[in-house]
Unconditional design. Sequence first.
Length: 173
Amino acid sequence: MDRIHASWRAAYVSDATEQSRNSDSSCVFCDLIERGVSKESGIVFLDELVCCILNAYPYGSGHLLILPRRHEAALMALSEDESDALWRTARAAVGTLERAYDPDGVNLGANLGEAAGAGIPAHLHLHALPRWSGDTNFMTSISETRVLPESLAETWDKVTGAWENPGDTPSSP
């Protein structure tokens, strides 16, 4: 099996982690949550426990982050209510991506801690990313470039237009 390495990712994670360690500023997620739901903040859903936001550096169009509103790094430190809300919102995010993008599949997961590859390890977050058969290309590997067919503003419009209440069962595609 041939392997292609995305060495840019290690540099990105290392740089973000180092900036986080050396910064007196607050958490980027907490700062965005303070701004509320808007195209400018990238937040598509916010309630008293959780938030869903566009990834500002997406792996592909529709890349969402689901996170607790409370600044917390550890999954096991969430309250039962926070955990339930996080997974309910993750489910709603997947349903939203299915309605908005009609993908062949969706990646849903978390990088828990710096060693696992978390770019912002101090604030727990899940990734939801629509995927299509054959959607990878060579641009990221050879030129540290991502080819995205839409802007973040277009993604925000598409996602907010398809969002349903996270307490509801997402409709099937």
